[in-house]
Write a protein that binds this ligand. Structure first.
Ligand SMILES: Cc1ncc(COP(=O)(O)O)c(C=O)c1O
Length: 411
């Protein structure tokens, strides 16, 4: 996938070239009524029928006439077609948020008495869904270390879903997607992958054998920090089953205006990812040479435990990294707080995939809802700082992080 013999810049430029035409054109065509080039934002909640027969056949699914905005609508159709093209998938379903996509995808595959296997390190709200919310419906999850063997050991006769997030939030560990897909195929299970951190620029889980990919489009796909949105992508039947539940049944539909914002953001997605991934790699290398940083987590680094796996399954190493400050748990935690206070170009905020570089202290914010034991097992220490690299200048960002490190260690 990533040829280590090639300069990383060339790898990134090739990936940008592979996606650039798709992100501009896929799913979009000039409006046949007005000639408008931009996809119209169709806000209508209902669509008229020309006859009773047409209405009946639309309800029978015999025509693709629009009926009601919660079920299907033109602006969302365009976005879904573009997303499917980006993932090389037959179908995509836009949802009101990433969490709606994750909950909908999992719930469409399990029922009371069934079981999920998931990694210890992942987005905390996804972990909470599996740890706290689904058990109330009789669905249990076993959280395991990030190896295919650990997943295999946790499978029971009740298991239906192998859930994966790779790279993982916020530790940047990887899961072997080919290995998990083979395991899922051998045991008749469904592999669901949260592709938010990687984005389709860096990874194609469906091509590696996954059945469904879920995304928070709030992040790099929309790219400007101005919309909350999600998506479920994969085989037509599985996506439609999830759509029936999450969009039609639970009402987790994306608004047409939000869909249009994602569509607009997507046109520059390949360009933005190329730059953010390049900068992330440069920052990771610079931070790894810093004596005040105990460890940098970015799959591009040769010392990353999953570097070889990244080369084998990713198109690029991604625009997120995290690093641990030197010091015992309490000291490193206090230094982290001072560092976040001191950044001037990077912004101290949650979320990721924004044009702005965003830095956050996972243990006290995004992952604070995780029980402390689970956090420790997931490798989320008090000195861990997560960086979502944006589109600012590389030199400016590096200077900013260095002056923030000075402030962190001055106290
Ligand atoms: C990896 C990952 N998946 C899913 C989500 C949830 O996305 P949303 O906020 O769009 O519901 C997040 C949010 O930060 C995330 O980091």
């Amino acid at each position: 996938m990533i040829d280590p013999a090639l300069p990383y810049d060339v790898t990134l430029a090739r990936r940008r070239e592979a996606l650039s035409t798709l992100v501009v054109h896929a799913g979009e065509a000039a409006d046949p009524h007005t000639g408008a080039l931009d996809v119209p934002i169709v806000l209508s909640s209902a669509f008229g029928f020309s006859s009773a027969e047409e209405a009946a056949s639309a309800f029978q699914g015999e025509s693709d006439a629009y009926i009601y905005g919660r079920w299907r609508s033109p602006t969302l159709d365009a976005l879904e077609a573009k997303l499917a093209a980006l993932e090389g998938a037959p179908a995509a379903c836009a949802t009101s948020s990433g969490m709606a996509a994750i909950a909908g995808a999992v719930l469409s595959l399990v029922t009371s008495g069934e079981h999920v296997v998931a990694p210890r390190a992942m987005y905390a709200e996804s972990a909470r869904l599996l740890r706290e919310r689904l058990p109330r419906l009789g669905v249990e999850t076993t959280f395991v270390d990030s190896s295919v063997e650990a997943y295999e050991r946790a499978i029971t006769p009740a298991t239906r879903v192998l859930y994966a997030e790779t790279p993982q939030n916020p530790t940047l560990g990887l899961l072997d997607l080919r290995g998990l897909a083979e395991l899922a195929a051998a045991r008749g299970l469904t592999l669901v992958v949260d592709g938010t951190f990687a984005t389709p620029f860096c990874q194609s889980p469906l091509a590696l054998g996954a059945h469904l990919v879920v995304h928070s489009m709030t992040k790099a796909l929309s790219g400007h920090g101005d919309v909350i949105a999600g998506a479920i992508v994969g085989e037509q039947a599985a996506v439609e089953r999830a759509r029936e539940l999450v969009v039609k049944g639970f009402g987790g539909v994306l608004s047409p205006f939000s869909a249009w914002l994602v569509l607009r953001g997507l046109r520059t997605f390949a360009l933005r990812q190329e730059q953010a991934c390049r900068t992330a790699h440069a920052l990771a290398r610079a931070l790894a040479a810093e004596p005040r940083v105990a460890r940098v987590n970015h799959p591009s680094l040769a010392q990353h435990p999953d570097h070889a796996l990244a080369l084998a399954q990713m198109h690029a190493f991604g625009s997120l990294l995290s690093f641990e400050l030197v010091g015992d748990e309490a000291t490193a935690c206090a230094r982290g707080a001072r560092l976040l206070q001191a950044v001037k170009i990077a912004t101290h905020a949650v979320s990721l995939g924004d044009a702005r570089t965003l830095v956050v202290h996972p243990a006290s914010t995004t992952h604070s809802t995780m029980p402390s034991d689970a956090r420790r097992l997931a490798g989320i220490s008090g000195g861990l700082v997560r960086v979502s690299v944006g589109l600012e200048g590389e030199g400016d960002l590096l200077a900013d992080l260095r002056q923030a490190l000075d402030a962190a260690f001055a106290g």
